[in-house]
Write a new protein. Structure first.
Length: 75
């Protein structure tokens, strides 16, 4: 049950978090900042709002829908 409680708190935080398009993104596998949105032909035509964006890391080759963002601390 502790896991569900923690999950609820994380989801609450995500719900109220304002997403910034200028926040630095990092690779979840290697931590590199050399991660970009994929522009490969196999994702075209893109289904905006339906299919998730794909990120590609130039350092380790990671490909996936998840990129970490640096979050500002609230003091």
């Amino acid at each position: 049950m502790n896991i569900l409680k923690n999950l609820r708190e994380v989801l609450k935080g995500l719900k109220h978090k304002k997403l910034s398009k200028t926040a630095p993104k990092f690779c979840p596998k290697c931590g590199s900042h050399k991660i970009k949105l994929s522009s490969s032909l196999n994702t075209y035509p893109r289904m905006y709002g339906i299919a998730p964006s794909q990120y590609v890391c130039e350092s380790c080759g990671y490909t996936g829908p998840i990129a970490m963002e640096l979050e500002e601390e609230n003091s």
